[in-house]
Design a protein around this ligand. Sequence first.
Ligand code: AMP
Length: 282
Amino acid sequence: MNIIQDPLLLQNELLKLKRRGKKIGFVPTMGNLHEGHLSLVELARQHSDIVVSSIFVNPMQFGPNEDYDNYPRTLEADKSKLKQYNVDFLFTPTNEIIYPFGKEQHTSVQLNRLTNKLCGAKRPGHFKGVTTVVNIFFNIVQPDIAVFGKKDYQQFLIIQSMVSDLMMPIKIIGAEIKREKNGLALSSRNQYLTEAQKDSASLLQQTIKEIAENIKQGDRAYSELIERAKHTLLSYNFKVDYLEIVKQSDLEAASPSDNSILIAVAAWYGSPRLIDNLEINL
Ligand code: AMP
């Protein structure tokens, strides 16, 4: 595995390979890699000849009171995992390389739809940080395909929409959510939980699964389903940030006649804010 910090060096290496007809697949991450990230790498491999991954804890996507400083950074362990998965290039830039004038002064890219819902409504500026850094990375790597996890469903939709709006010649592939045996979605933020807390935190997924079962059985009283589920979560010490039933296409509130819907939740369990979702196609 080739580990590169310098964007132009990486770009040159990849352009050489592209000229030789190689298809480039890209998996951006913030590191602290788990099976979820590695499943994205496997998926990228299935769709490309050369797999490029990046590890960059992007300061622009964290709010002032969020966990940027404490975000788990485990570069050495991450490198050996990526090596085992035969990643060809790992890009590990510094903040100074990506934002030489600071994140406030940098040119930004912002999608003018989808970004004010769900996580976007709760984390102002978060998706501007995501689309900006992904744009920068896309311009460096110039991938043919890029893989994003559907655990961050809104992010996946926003990146897909950005690529389509800006006519970028990149295919975005969505990867299914990887979970612990108990159902808890894998996340770098699960590190903040003890094993016992991880078991209890799996109630988040069980709760949205239960809503999905009810919907599949014909219950369309969405507000009642939500209120009941919020009550359950609260009684198990979750602090719910949002719990919504929305359309998969635009994240607007779903109506009883919609067939492709998404149940999306964000909740604090102790210190970490956990997110999860479930797609239902009726
Ligand atoms: P992060 O390092 O959290 O920014 O995540 C990097 C990529 O991995 C994003 O596309 C995430 O959606 C994806 N990802 C994170 N956790 C999971 C998971 N449990 N299952 C599938 N993809 C995931």
